[in-house]
Design a protein around this ligand. Structure first.
Ligand SMILES: Cc1cc2nc3c(=O)[nH]c(=O)nc-3n(C[C@H](O)[C@H](O)[C@H](O)COP(=O)(O)OP(=O)(O)OC[C@H]3O[C@@H](n4cnc5c(N)ncnc54)[C@H](O)[C@@H]3O)c2cc1C
Length: 815
């Protein structure tokens, strides 16, 4: 073995397609000191046996952008490196067997149009014309994606490795990373052992964990949690079939199957609903180009359906039965980015069986992020910071991974909840809510009441693309909040205490708003990045001279706290996650004050407790901190109560509430009310790539306070005017439903897509929000156009507004 380096700018751990792509892209950016270590041979983990499907359409615009980038890259790598990647643009067909699936596919076709991916909707007969071997009995329709393709996974990885080497990266095989040295929040180097027994250490400035299904174990060495678990993943390859011809890739998700023609044979792969987790006791040290034992019983139902769907399979002999392990994550999205626990540990693993099609884009995005120290665009879907510490629990991962593999081909119904590994995080009101009919959903492990069933009503979701079984329940909850009083549990929202002598100056440095306010004031604000993009959307309450409470969405608490921790510098502050310590009940609606008067002696008039203030009050025999704010746009209070008194306070409110018609409400109600008010939803309507001015949140930024992150970008954008504007839409036909990603059509042209959507029960139709490019235009110009929203290929007329369609003057919350 030639001499190993003793130092590197970055050590990439793992030489599958993903590690090779990261090395390639870093080298392409001019990083000269890149070392990739592979414990065995390149591609010998999962990459070598992938089926090689390379699709382009993903569930969001940026994920689609990354997949498209991969396909373009693989098409050009051969010329650049001389290594044939086998990339062919064969196109792909997805065929539906139910009306619901047809709607899903047609909605995704509309989305593809918004994302610039060529697409065509097909009838069953048109599918048959493109795929003559298919039995179209029961086929309800499908879509054709002409730019999808397929390639040779191992050669794609080898081409990337060669491209990296050509630019100076060192790619070393047979060298395993056995330890990772760290000081504080930084790794300082890696220990390695070679196959010949040699050992050594490479000092480095950063590492990339691209160790595939070993990523969890490598993460532990680096002090970071990488939630993933390997599962067995199957396909068969037939003997050669005469006269097969060249065929596109075919997916029949309702039968959990995909078909790929390659060299006159058919590869039939499966995404079965109950997968088999593998490697609980660790992955054998000897693992290299290995396969797992056949399990024909497990595969048989898929094969049986496939023989009916593609009768020629029944005649063809099976040449190969393949079973290989692949890693799956709790939410079926891969892990990318800077691990929240450390400041120089980068992660790119857990690719959920789409690692080949994702590797090009993921490697490009991660490298750019490493180069700039900032995300090149929103990567919230895959950012490792979305994961919670508990999600590294192996038992949890084992249970959840049974479900995630099959989810890839399951119906992607709106509001679909995970069925496995539930009940891990419960709020102090959990049992009280269940007793009263709550139907729970889950986010970041938290069980949250999404809606309340009536007595005798089934307490389960019945999913559909049309109105689901809880639609009327949510409508009643919505009306209670708009016309009477409703109560809902907000305990899952993240709560971070910021305490210390520098708390005020620290928060003023990272927030757009001015936090030099009196104790008791509540401030709505954003954490901005240097380009004016929104990193977090929070409310901050000043509790005392030296203490603040930052409240964040449940899903982003960890990312938001990591952002804060990385910007603390020399400031004398302590950050503490106190989410579990306090329960929060929101009491909202025009009758909220009546209810509060029945349970508390406190003066809650506007004069004594105005909007935007928090005060401690008595409720029953307990104490709560009452925050006068509202995410539903009504008069009301969010009541923060320490966990020990939460049950008492709930019962007190519930009993008193019987006299004023108090209704328990869920998160579906909250989202429906917030979208009528055009309140932005972080992660959908506002992300790190959306400028705070374009988002219409300039009012929350105070540029006349001392310097803060993003100030210059805000001043610049105020001078030039917004590039795009966040517009709220109301469909004029009350029937169609909006979810998000539906194309926005302005004067007949697609100009964007909805970032969020829901039904507005007060406005009387589906409501959506989305950005409309408007550089150099006035508000009147933007509103002067006609707008339609493309719902499943049908253009539906929409009313557009730059002010909230519900209560535009924000009078109700201040009533
Ligand atoms: C049956 C099957 C079919 C598939 N079909 C497709 C498909 O059609 N399309 C698609 O896009 N994807 C597909 N995939 C998924 C795809 O193969 C994976 O997502 C992808 O290969 C993952 O690449 P990776 O680089 O993350 O992991 P790997 O290829 O497993 O690479 C990780 C590497 O890290 C090395 N390593 C681990 N620990 C250390 C250490 N301590 N030191 C040094 N090196 C270490 C390992 O030896 C390994 O080589 C399929 C997967 C399977 C199983």
């Amino acid at each position: 073995m030639s001499e190993m380096p003793s130092s590197a700018r970055v050590v990439i751990i793992g030489g599958g397609v993903v590690g090779c792509s990261v090395a390639y892209h870093l080298a392409k950016l001019g990083w000269s000191d890149v070392v990739l270590l592979e414990r065995k041979r390149l591609t010998s983990g999962t990459t070598w046996h992938a089926a090689g499907l390379i699709g382009q359409l993903r569930a969001t615009a940026n994920m689609t952008k990354l997949a498209k980038y991969s396909a373009d890259l693989y098409g050009s790598l051969e010329e650049e490196t001389g290594v044939a990647t086998g990339f062919r643009q064969t196109g792909s067909i997805s065929a539906a067997l139910t009306e619901e699936r047809r709607e899903e596919l047609f909605r995704s076709a509309a989305m593809a149009r918004a994302f610039g991916v060529p697409v065509e909707e097909l009838t069953a007969a048109e599918i048959k014309a493109r795929y003559p071997h298919l039995n179209i009995d029961g086929v309800t329709g499908g879509v054709w994606l002409p730019s999808d393709g397929q390639g040779d996974p191992a050669n794609i990885a080898q081409a990337l490795a060669k491209g990296a080497r050509m630019r100076g990266a060192q790619v070393r095989e047979g060298v395993k990373v056995t330890g990772i040295a760290r000081t504080g929040r930084r790794v300082t180097g890696v220990d390695w052992t070679a196959e010949d027994g040699a050992t050594g250490h490479i000092a480095c400035e950063a590492i990339v964990n691209s160790a595939g299904m070993w990523g969890h174990e490598v993460g532990r060495m680096a002090g970071v949690t990488v939630p993933l678990h390997a599962c067995e993943h199957f396909y068969i390859v037939t003997e050669g079939i005469e006269g097969l011809g060249t065929l596109p890739v075919l997916r029949v998700p309702d039968e959990c199957a995909y078909y790929k023609e390659d060299a006159g044979k058919i590869l039939l792969g499966a995404f079965e609903p109950n997968a088999k987790p593998w490697g609980m006791e660790g992955i054998p040290e000897s693992f290299e180009f290995d396969q797992l034992p056949e399990d024909f019983d497990h595969f048989e139902p898929i094969l049986e359906a496939a023989c009916n769907r593609m009768p020629l399979l029944a005649e063809a002999g099976i040449h190969t039965f393949f079973n290989g392990p692949e890693s799956f994550t709790p939410d079926d999205a891969y892990h990318l980015g800077l691990a929240p626990e450390m400041d120089n540990v980068w992660v790119a693993c857990g690719f959920n069986s789409i690692g080949i099609q994702s590797a090009g884009g993921a490697g490009m995005a991660l490298s750019q992020w490493m180069e700039d120290g900032a995300r090149p665009f929103d990567l919230g879907d895959v950012d490792i910071a979305r994961m919670q510490p508990f999600q590294g629990n192996r038992h949890y991962l084992f249970e959840r991974s049974k479900e995630t593999l099959g989810l890839l081909y399951a119906d992607h119904f709106p509001y679909r909840q995970k069925a496995t590994a539930r009940g891990v995080r419960r709020t102090p009101f959990h049992a009280h809510l269940l007793e009263r009919g709550a139907v729970m959903g889950e986010i970041a492990g938290w069980e949250r009441a999404n809606w309340f069933a009536e007595a005798g009503q089934e307490r389960e979701y019945r999913y559909s693309w049309k109105r689901q079984n809880w639609f009327e329940n949510a409508a009643r909850e919505h009306r209670a909040v708009r016309e009477g009083v409703g109560m809902y549990d907000m305990s899952s929202f993240g709560k971070i205490r910021v305490e210390g002598p520098d708390a005020e100056s620290f928060l003023n440095h990272i927030c757009g708003a001015d936090l030099a306010v009196a104790p008791g004031r509540i401030v709505y604000t954003q954490f901005l990045n240097e380009t004016g993009g929104i990193e977090a959307d929070v409310t901050v309450t000043r509790l005392s001279e030296t203490a603040y409470l930052v409240v964040t969405p449940a899903a982003t608490r960890r990312a938001d706290q990591a952002w804060m921790a990385r910007h603390v510098g020399e400031a004398r502050v302590v950050l503490t996650d106190v989410t579990a310590g306090e329960g929060v009940l929101a009491v909202m609606g025009p009758k909220a004050r009546d209810l509060m008067a029945r349970v508390s002696p406190a003066d809650l008039t506007n004069a004594a407790h105005p909007f935007g203030h928090a005060v401690e009050i008595e409720i029953g025999m307990g104490l709560v901190r009452a925050h006068r704010v509202s995410y539903v746009g009504e008069l009301g209070w969010e009541l923060y109560v320490s966990a020990d008194m939460a049950g008492h306070v709930f019962e007190t409110l519930w009993e008193a509430g019987q006299d004023v018609g108090l209704k328990l409400c869920g998160m579906h109600m909250m989202d429906s009310c917030r979208i009528e008010k055009a309140f932005r939803h972080f992660g959908h309507d506002i992300t790190c790539e959306d400028h705070v001015i374009d988002a219409g949140l300039g009012f929350a930024v105070k540029t006349d306070k001392p310097a803060f992150i993003g100030r210059d970008a805000v001043l610049r954008r105020k001078e030039t005017g917004p590039k795009t504007r966040m517009v709220q839409f109301l469909l004029q036909d009350p029937e169609p439903l909006l979810y998000h990603n539906e194309p926005i059509v302005r004067d007949g042209e697609i100009v964007g897509y909805l970032s969020s959507g829901n039904y507005g029960h007060t406005l009387g139709g589906a409501v959506g929000m989305g950005y409309v490019p408007s550089f150099g235009e006035s508000a009147a110009d933007v509103l002067g156009s006609t707008y339609e929203i493309d719902v499943m290929g049908v253009r539906v007329a929409a009313t557009a507004s730059l002010r909230p369609l519900y209560d535009p003057k924000a009078e109700r919350a201040k009533a």
